[in-house]
Write a protein that binds this ligand. Sequence first.
Ligand SMILES: O=P(O)(O)OC[C@@H](O)[C@@H](O)c1c[nH]c2ccccc12
Length: 256
Amino acid sequence: MLTELLAGAVADAEARRAVRPSVEVEAAALARAPAIDALAALAPADRVKIIAEVKRASPSRGQLAEIPDPAALAVSYEFGGASAISVLTEGRRFKGSLDDLEQVRAAVSIPVLRKDFIGDPYQVFEARAAGADLVLLIVAALDQGTLQSLHDLVRELGMTALVETHSADEVHRALDIGASLVGVNARNLSTFELDQDLFGTLADRIPSGVVRVAESAVKTAADVAHYRAAGADVVLVGEALVTSDPIRTLTEFLAV
Ligand SMILES: O=P(O)(O)OC[C@@H](O)[C@@H](O)c1c[nH]c2ccccc12
């Protein structure tokens, strides 16, 4: 499934490249105002921080919410106390777009993450051109050389990579490329199985100085407390926010 998602996302990027060549996207990326320092925004603190996700649908959960106005949702997230916004830009299964990201970027002043299946430098330039401050890189989807070169490019463009892992070996690979923001996804993107305890078993392998993000499977404040107790500096939440009153839910989650 992960291979298929990556192949689809890269093919869609190829199609966009045919319309908007690399030189143009690279120029647009360099013309943007500098990226916001996401590491500072997500730095460990005496309270847990939240990356709030704009997510319409997913292959494992189907349709979640219409989200006719992603910018309005993102403004609620910022008002509710989120430290950053994640925008799913994958179109086929998650029903997102770069246009969603651009609208969100224009509406909030906190860092914005491009959440997609990134395998080609063109997608990194597109992210920056759309105003992203952060880019997701999924270790399981990439060979080590590609992971390293995409990570280097993200840095060169002044952005931060959220490097997503799902095993001890992947955490090792993330640290090897110099990741400073490491996520542990409770959901296996090949089988879609959830393991809420995975973060706790891997957290110790992530040294202090690297920001630890627990991703997926946060439904209640108790889940946030569970991840926090296991060492999470940040939790990334999608479904629970798009299917509820986001300000109330964020307020509850930030009170743990
Ligand atoms: O909706 P949830 O269970 O709160 O999960 C959010 C986020 O972790 C999830 O959307 C996600 C984590 N890693 C990904 C990689 C690609 C697409 C989506 C994701």
